[in-house]
Design a protein around this ligand. Structure first.
Ligand SMILES: C[S@@+](CC[C@H](N)C(=O)[O-])C[C@H]1O[C@@H](n2cnc3c(N)ncnc32)[C@H](O)[C@@H]1O
Ligand code: SF4
Length: 387
């Protein structure tokens, strides 16, 4: 398999900021609480060094999107965000219409920094609203109320041309009626984009222990399916259809950064536990960095980067990844690109069985995509096609 990334293809930079004020009991992201504070300037120097290392590996690219994810990047000083963006611009060309997103927790403290983030170059925020019900927010261990979240959305609206927010549904005891009402209130606050995630119970989280002990019950498969279907109907009616399993946007307002992942383009991942995919000498290479923040910091200071994985993907791995990511999108995948990556075509017999079952369809322009009915079974569909 040889891949040649042309220099005009989208290229993204992901910056992981791994610190939070408290750990939410459902979350298994690489996020940590440091009650004693951190030496932010020292961390920023390490990000700059790792960006330089990534820049050397993937030179000559034009950055089309940058995403500060976490953890809670809205806890960063705007001057730190500025320094990191300046460093990105030092090592790569940056597209004039670059999308720069920062994930923010919707507390009043963080909203006061929004103007500083915009001055630093951020042009889109993604707010972790999670719920518009105070009782649910408490159960989710959130540090903000629904009103505080709405106030943060209003501040975001006044400062950024583009904003998005996240909600978690299929929560304990959630009914269809309650979710419909909450979703409609959220839609009234959403401008162009939001992400709606079904609650998943992740191993090694407090929710996992509670669930195992029978102290936390989440909707069963049937109710989860009904909640998903209802979500699709309400959002489509409101002009915010899904363009990915959990992401909704007005046409043209999709998150360009996440599209880079789902469409199988290149991205550099910097910061503790960040993953990247780079085309180097015509081969797709997976990168990953040390996860533990302080160990990452010391590794960067010692070796110039925190990379612990740099692995050339085989043609089968690269093709399966394209399938796995691309079928999350409503636009689906290009079977010819799959064949070029895999060195073989998708099995037509398997496609026709899945088509008869109503799980996939082929579009007029020859793309293969999962149907709305197939989306709740996505993992099984991908496993079937990849096998
Ligand atoms: C890594 S978080 C970062 C956002 C920010 N720290 C916050 O919490 O507001 C990204 C999003 O993942 C979602 N998420 C995290 N854990 C989840 C889980 N177990 N089930 C469903 N969604 C989850 C939440 O909606 C969250 O906003
Ligand atoms: S959901 Fe967000 S705030 Fe909560 S622990 Fe995870 S990353 Fe931190």
């Amino acid at each position: 398999m040889m891949l040649f990334m042309n220099s005009t293809a989208p290229f993204a930079v992901y910056v992981h900021w791994p610190f939070c004020l408290s750990k939410c009991p459902y979350c298994d992201f690489n996020s940590h609480v440091r009650h004693g504070g951190i030496d932010e300037a020292r961390f920023v120097r390490a990000y700059e060094n790792e960006i330089a290392a990534a820049g050397a590996r993937a030179s000559g690219r034009t950055v089309s999107s940058i995403f500060f994810g976490g953890g809670t990047p809205s806890l960063m000083q705007p001057s730190s965000v500025q320094a990191i963006l300046d460093c990105v611009a030092k090592h790569w060309a940056v597209a004039p219409d670059v999308e720069v997103t920062l994930e923010a927790n919707p507390t009043s403290v963080e909203a006061t920094r929004f103007r500083g983030f915009r001055a630093a170059g951020v042009n889109r925020v993604s707010l972790g609203v999670q719920s518009l019900e105070d009782k649910a927010l408490k159960e989710l261990g959130r540090l903000h109320t629904a009103q505080e979240a709405l106030d943060a959305v209003a501040v975001a609206r006044s400062i950024f041309a583009r904003y998005s927010f996240d909600l978690i549904y299929a929560r304990p005891q959630q009914t269809l009626e309650a979710w419909a009402a909450e979703l409609k209130r959220a839609i009234a606050e959403a401008a162009e984009h939001f992400s709606l995630y079904q609650l998943t119970i992740e191993p090694d989280t407090p929710f996992f222990g509670l669930h195992k002990a029978g102290k936390l019950s989440v909707p069963d498969e049937d109710l989860a399916r009904d909640l998903y279907d209802l979500t699709q109907v309400i959002c489509t009616d409101a002009g915010l259809p899904a363009y990915e399993v959990s992401n909704h946007a007005r046409p043209g307002a999709e998150c360009r950064h996440n599209l880079v992942y789902w469409r199988g383009h290149d991205y550099a991942g910097v910061g503790p536990g960040a993953h990247g995919r780079l085309t180097i000498d015509g081969r797709r290479v997976a990168t990953a960095t040390e996860r533990r923040p302080e160990a990452w910091l010391m590794r960067v200071e010692d070796k110039g980067s925190g990379f612990t994985v740099e692995e050339k993907l085989t043609s089968g791995e690269a093709a399966d990844e394209y399938l796995l990511m691309g079928l999350r999108l409503v636009e689906g995948i290009d079977p010819a690109r799959y064949s070029a990556l895999a060195g073989r075509s998708l099995d037509p017999k398997r496609i026709s069985i899945l088509r008869e079952e109503g799980a996939v369809e082929t579009t007029k322009d020859g793309r293969l995509r999962v149907t709305r009915n197939g989306f709740p079974l996505l993992d099984a569909v991908v496993a079937d096609l990849a096998a």
